[in-house]
Design a protein around this ligand. Structure first.
Ligand SMILES: NC(=O)c1ccc[n+]([C@@H]2O[C@H](COP(=O)([O-])OP(=O)(O)OC[C@H]3O[C@@H](n4cnc5c(N)ncnc54)[C@H](OP(=O)(O)O)[C@@H]3O)[C@@H](O)[C@H]2O)c1
Length: 306
């Protein structure tokens, strides 16, 4: 797809969506979908594909996920596997006769592509790699340090949304100051902020700020990259419900209203992660998990200290 020269509207009216998001039950799967602040609906669980190769292993994982009932794939230009994801999604849609609009596909603008035109071109390149006409969600992967550049990238996302190249737009790794700056300057409030969130890294102040402004939290590394599956509190709670530690972590996060993005390339884990939402943690167990906060951050992408 050739890059398109495009400029932002000259006198934009602010289109701030801060409607309360609501939970709606998905028809095709056992987990909920959530209505975003722009009216679009997002499946609450996604297959994450960070560190998944651009080849058969990822195609198999995406296919296994769609067969299992996932309807949401979280990729990024930086993961360099949009082609493999796109191939698997397009083949699965064709094989099953499922309409495109029943699968929710997210990608992200990499840091090197900030700025109005560069952002627009990067989005077109991602669409090309996926082999798709539009994405369901496009995120700024992490905030540019320079505020003006950050806002230019956001204006490109707003323009792409108006042109139908992407249905919803959002951000990732934005701290409170980045969110506040966007709220002051943007026409469209981000639909989501994708940040590392799990019991050991809860980011409560940032989560509260996003919730107050109708910005849905997408919890990345919801399994703390597998590093906390032996935690004694999590293990004891898992045993009590006859669930795995991973299922308890995903259930805790989803019960807070977060979108959760567990990554796995292993078919049985892809399946079992989807079976995390058919039980309800008691208030005592939720409180015990809430107490595990220790600011344990597995990644290096978050660009502020909140
Ligand atoms: N926006 C950002 O900057 C950002 C940053 C990080 C992540 N993300 C997104 O969030 C997704 C998830 O985060 P993540 O990949 O960092 O970590 P994660 O989902 O917390 O953990 C993934 C690790 O846990 C293992 N695992 C998965 N299910 C398991 C289970 N049921 N039991 C035991 N181990 C299990 C996986 O191994 P196997 O694959 O071998 O099963 C993998 O090693 C990413 O793929 C990406 O889509 C976004």
């Amino acid at each position: 797809m050739a890059p398109i020269a495009i400029t932002p509207e000259a006198s934009p009216e602010r289109e701030i969506y801060v409607k309360k998001s609501v939970q709606v039950r998905s028809h095709s799967s056992s987990f909920s979908s959530i209505k975003l602040n722009d009216g679009n609906v997002i499946p609450q669980v996604a297959l994450g594909v960070y560190k998944a190769p651009n080849g058969q292993e990822t195609e198999d994982a995406v296919t296994a996920a769609l067969d299992a009932g996932y309807r949401h794939i979280d990729s990024a230009a930086r993961y360099a596997n949009e082609e493999a994801c796109g191939r698997a999604i397009r083949r699965w849609l064709e094989r099953t006769g499922t309409p495109r609009d029943e699968v929710f596909i997210c990608s992200k603008l990499w840091d090197a592509d900030h700025g109005f035109e560069a952002t627009f071109n990067a989005l077109c390149e991602s669409l090309d790699k996926f082999g798709l006409d539009y994405l369901d969600l496009y995120l700024i992967h992490s905030p540019a340090e320079d505020e003006e550049k950050r806002l230019e990238s956001w204006r490109a996302l707003e323009t792409a949304q108006r042109l139908g190249k992407v249905k919803s737009i959002g951000v990732s790794n934005f701290g409170a100051s980045h969110i506040e700056s966007l709220l002051e300057n943007a026409r469209v409030v981000p639909a989501v902020n994708q940040v590392e969130v799990h019991p050991f890294c809860q980011r409560q102040a940032l989560v509260d700020l996003c919730n107050e402004n109708g910005i849905r939290i997408e919890a990345y590394s919801p399994l703390a990259r597998g590093n906390k599956l032996q935690d004694p509190t999590i293990c004891a709670i898992a045993e009590k419900y006859g669930k795995t530690s991973a299922q308890v972590l995903l259930n805790w996060s989803a019960s807070r209203g977060n979108v959760v993005l567990p990554k796995s390339l292993t078919a049985h884990r892809i399946q079992s992660n989807l079976e995390s939402f058919d039980f309800k943690l008691s208030p005592e167990d939720v409180a015990a998990i809430d107490n595990l906060e220790e600011n344990y951050v597995t990644g290096s992408m978050h660009k502020s200290h909140d």
